[in-house]
Design a protein around this ligand. Structure first.
Ligand SMILES: Nc1ncnc2c1ncn2[C@@H]1O[C@H](COP(=O)(O)OP(=O)(O)O)[C@@H](O)[C@H]1O
Ligand SMILES: [Mg+2]
Length: 292
């Protein structure tokens, strides 16, 4: 299978006035075209920052200090229109974690969607609104014509996330970064939104980097998975293999911490603090070794 994105030995640091704080440490990631790749890790592991590197929306003081990012299947320059061709990279979209803060609160949904569509094609405003309505219908929003005339606060969390998913897919991106897209939603809505992302992914053949801290979600929708801690990928592979025969202690520990209906709750073992500390020590030792 061809690769949509290949990251090799990527290092990223935040430049403070005094020194550079390492955030990503030697990341290797090969996103195969058409796969859903899970990126798992606890808070602060560096998942969103890796997503931001790919989207090229890094915070001001964040710098790539080493490594490379390639898009082997990118469209040839000149064959596509607009900015993405000029930058020689395929079109990449984001499905964000928090649908409320990711939408503009003072603009109607229809206006926000038309603006995105107009950035990516030429045409009349009326035509864009028709397209937006069709897109809302595709993400199973009932009464899309009415929703186009509403403001974000008038929609439920699930509806807002559906609208954002419609926007993410509207430009026919090759790659989508889904950064914890269901974390802010109720459990029942989470399931529907996951199913929707899966359906659209299949329909369009999109490559998705699916960021989550939920291994259950990974088991359900991902082909491969990378486990991250302290800015490093500790384990990577096919979901079935990683779940059945995890090689890293951290992966085993995370898997043991998943509640299962066929086991008593008292058998749950949270990730040990000693393991956390060991991983942090390893990260610091790695930084030290690199500096010298
Ligand atoms: N805008 C920022 N400026 C400086 N440091 C940041 C910024 N965003 C995140 N970080 C730091 O980068 C590390 C990784 O953060 P992040 O990628 O958001 O983790 P995750 O998404 O896995 O929870 C954390 O130590 C965090 O404090
Ligand atoms: Mg994050």
């Amino acid at each position: 299978m061809s690769s949509a994105l290949v990251i090799k030995n990527l290092h990223l640091a935040i430049d403070n006035s005094k020194d550079a704080v390492p955030i990503l440490r030697g990341i290797n990631l090969d996103l195969r075209a058409g796969e859903i790749h899970g990126l798992v890790g606890e808070s602060g592991a560096g998942k969103s920052m890796l997503g931001r590197v790919i989207l090229e929306i890094l915070p001001p003081r964040a710098k790539i200090t080493e490594g490379s990012i390639d898009y082997p299947t990118r469209p040839l320059p000149g064959k596509t229109k607009g900015r993405s061709a000029a930058r020689h990279r395929p079109h990449i979209s984001l499905i964000p974690q928090d649908p409320m803060t990711s939408l503009n609160p003072v603009k109607k949904i229809g206006k926000q969607m038309s603006e995105i569509l107009r950035l990516n094609q030429t045409g009349r405003a009326r035509n864009m609104l028709d397209q937006a309505e069709k897109l809302l219908r595709e993400v199973k929003i009932k009464n899309p014509a009415r929703v186009l005339q509403q403001y974000p606060h008038q929609l439920s969390g699930g509806m807002r996330q559906r609208a954002l998913i419609a926007m993410a897919f509207s430009t026919k991106p090759q790659i989508i970064i889904a950064d914890e897209p269901t974390t802010a939603l109720d459990v029942s809505v989470q399931r529907q939104v996951l199913r929707l992302i899966q359906d659209l992914q299949k329909q369009h053949g999109t490559t998705i980097l699916f960021i989550t801290h939920d291994l259950g979600v990974v088991a359900k929708i991902c082909n491969r998975v990378s486990l991250m801690h302290s800015g490093m990928i500790l384990e990577q592979g096919n979901v079935a293999e990683v779940f059945c025969t995890p090689t890293h202690a951290y992966t085993r520990s995370l898997l043991a911490a998943i509640p299962r209906y066929d086991r008593p709750l008292r058998e749950l073992t949270p990730v040990a603090e000693s393991l956390q500390l060991q991983l942090q020590r390893e990260a610091r030792a790695y930084d030290h070794q690199k500096r010298n």
